[in-house]
Design a protein. Structure first.
Length: 264
């Protein structure tokens, strides 16, 4: 294995940076290429067929060009739909991102869990199976909040978050039968931890927020245990579509050790 061979992190946008942040804590020396499919954003409003074809096709091309040692689909929507297909295409380990229902079920004291994701994520049988496997006897209340993807993208570019968007998500969850008992909130989109402060203000300190970033980072570290790294810093941030779509991200990228955004 070439010591400079990167870890490839892939997301529809900047949400996967929450996974990157956790990975940098776990494997600070590992070279990373982050790819944001801004030309395909948002995924949550697309059909399963569109997402599967786009994600598997892009990751095949990315793996051919960058020769990564591992790929991570840092996107719940893409993972719940296309993870199996991507694993069939690539000949390297592929780590997915799925809603953190298992840890949420272990944390809840009231037995009522809220889950916020995109439309495409919350309707997947994959999520039904996670609920059946790990949250039996618990109440899992799901809402689609695609508008929070755009809010997180804007926030990382230095723009304010409209409090009404967060208030609407809170109101819709609380209005569901048993919603007033929610004490754990699953952030089933990697974009949503970027809005953790706003969500905490709406839901209150008694509601724990759960996402999968740290677990994904641990899984990547486990799969790469014993491998040597020679990081050609800074790391690379690549976007599909015009590189101008990454305007406003310079500060966020620099803080995370990336060079300037590049076009794929």
């Amino acid at each position: 294995m070439d010591e400079s061979s990167p870890i490839l992190l892939f997301d529809s946008g900047v949400g996967g940076l929450t996974v990157y942040d956790a990975l940098r804590q776990t494997l600070p020396q590992a070279p990373v290429i982050y790819v944001a499919d801004l030309a395909g954003l948002p995924y949550g409003t697309k059909s399963e067929a569109q997402i599967a074809a786009r994600v598997s096709g892009l990751l095949g091309r990315l793996a051919e060009r960058f020769q990564p040692r591992l790929a991570c689909i840092a996107c719940n929507t893409a993972s719940t739909i296309a993870l199996g297909m991507v694993r069939d295409v690539l000949e390297i380990p592929v780590v997915g991102t799925v809603p953190a229902i298992k840890p949420a079920a272990a944390l809840t004291q009231t037995g009522t869990i809220g889950l916020v994701g995109t439309q495409a994520t919350i309707r997947q049988a994959y999520v039904d199976n996670l609920e059946a496997a790990f949250a039996g006897g618990k109440r899992l209340l799901r809402v689609a909040a695609p508008e929070l993807v755009a809010a997180a993208e804007a926030k990382l570019r230095g723009k304010p978050v409209d409090p009404a968007l967060i208030a609407d998500v809170h109101a819709r969850l609380i209005a569901m039968p048993g919603g007033d008992a929610i004490d754990t909130l699953v952030l089933a989109c990697t974009h949503f931890p970027l809005l953790a402060d706003e969500l905490a203000q709406a839901f209150g300190p008694e509601v724990q927020q759960v996402d999968g970033a740290k677990g994904i980072a641990r899984r990547i570290a486990n799969l790469l245990d014993g491998q040597a790294f020679e990081a050609p810093l800074p790391n690379r941030f690549i976007v599909t579509g015009p590189v101008s779509d990454a305007d406003g991200l310079a500060d966020a990228l620099t803080r995370r050790g990336f060079s300037a955004a590049e076009a794929f």
